[in-house]
Design a protein around this ligand. Structure first.
Ligand SMILES: [Mg+2]
Length: 395
């Protein structure tokens, strides 16, 4: 089998990858909805793929893997890898999980990242109210993640939150030492959320990046009695193109609260320090940033060898990304906690993707399906009207 074309169309906000072959089999991949600008970068890889056998996934990846980098520049490579596995599965008549080593579990646990309700403010009461809504959601989540600190609007909504000069704009620009008042506010909000969840539903906290090590240690120690699932991305994180494993190790060694990072990291080589130095207790690679499904599986196995847990990131990965997460997470070793559940936005994404179960999440889990490849496909007739000008030949 040979690859005949690599196409990319931005549908809604998500760049969607379609690889075609001379045997009429298509492969689908998807890039995070926050990266609608990546279409030209996806198409950059086209000359490397044409004529290659897509079922030799690793051989194709050797041509393009070194031509990517940390988020967002690993996304195109990752989406292409996803589409290659989709083709390989369809060609073999097997679900992707079989090609990745077979499933370890029949249903995969998800944690709530994508099902959100508007926040009325950022006081402890607001966090408690919002958590009550998420706890009551029909998906029955057993773990819920919430944003606090520099990952939330607190720097601009809480007076005297930190000592730095407030930066505005996207992608979490603030960094600096917290005031005592700021730290107390964060802890009060965490306590309020835990008072709603009790020990019935786990609470994970997305915190940064932007924390200084002393504040990170003080937060981690302050919440020790609350048994939170993890503190995510305190030091580095989203769109930070380096890891700083030694600083994470300093925080991890100081506390019993699990420390987590990894959503922006590209490739196994960049997880090496975090894992070998026991710098964190939980890693969170995203299949749409780390280099794909097999790359995520490799990182998970190496983490398990070091007794480090894994909770893959995925909030913006869309519905094809959701299918990819289900396939790879079915195969991960027993250090697996849950992956971050993405939703289709806008809502019409559920009308154009076929193959997902209905409802998707039951009691906090998704049952692993057995359809060949990723097991989902785009319905061209339904999707056509959402294509942008210039993408008419996508299907
Ligand atoms: Mg995060």
């Amino acid at each position: 089998m040979k690859i005949t074309d690599l196409k990319c169309a931005v549908i809604g906000q998500n760049p969607v990858v379609r690889i075609t072959t001379d045997e009429g089999i298509n492969g689908w991949g998807e890039v995070e909805s926050s990266k609608s600008y990546l279409k030209p970068h996806v198409l950059f890889y086209k000359p490397f793929l044409i004529g290659e056998d897509p079922t030799n996934v690793e051989r194709v990846m050797l041509k393009i893997r070194r031509l990517g980098s940390f988020k967002p520049w690993g996304s195109a490579v990752s989406a292409i890898e996803m589409a290659l596995w989709d083709i390989a599965g369809k060609a073999a008549g097997l679900p992707v999980y079989k090609l990745l080593g077979g499933k370890v579990r029949d249903k995969v646990r998800v944690y709530n990242g994508g099902v959100r309700f508007p926040m009325s403010g950022h006081t402890p009461d607001d966090y408690a109210d919002n958590m009550a809504k998420m706890k009551a959601a029909p998906e029955g989540f057993t773990i819920i993640k919430q944003s606090i600190g520099f990952h939330s609007p607190m720097p601009r909504t809480v007076p005297d939150f930190f000592y730095g000069e407030l930066q505005r704009g996207g992608f979490h620009p603030n960094r600096g030492p917290l005031t005592e008042r700021g730290l107390k506010h964060v802890v009060a909000c965490v306590e309020a959320m835990k008072s709603v969840l009790g020990d019935e539903v786990g609470l994970a906290l997305d915190c940064g990046p932007g924390w200084m090590v002393p504040d990170a240690i003080r937060l981690a120690k302050a919440v020790e009695p609350l048994n939170v699932m993890w503190l995510e991305d305190l030091i580095t994180g989203d769109y930070v193109p380096y890891v700083l494993a030694d600083l994470y190790r300093e925080v991890t060694r100081s506390t019993s609260t699990p420390i987590h990072t990894g959503e922006q990291i590209y490739l196994r080589q960049n997880f090496k320090d975090l894992i070998e130095k026991q710098a964190v207790r939980v890693i969170g690679p995203d299949p749409c940033d780390v280099g794909g499904l097999a790359e995520l599986k490799w990182v998970a196995e190496y983490a398990d060898l070091h007794s480090i847990l894994i909770a893959p990131h995925g909030i913006l990965d869309g519905l094809i990304g959701l299918a990819a997460l289900v396939q790879v997470c079915a195969t991960l070793p027993q250090n697996y906690i849950a992956f971050e559940y993405p939703v289709g936005r806008p809502e019409w994404w559920y009308d154009i993707v076929e193959g997902l179960p209905d409802p998707i999440v039951k009691n906090g889990f998704i049952e692993v399906w057995d359809k060949p490849g990723l097991g989902v496909t785009l319905n061209p007739r339904a999707a056509k009207k959402y294509l942008n000008a210039g993408d008419e030949d996508f299907f």
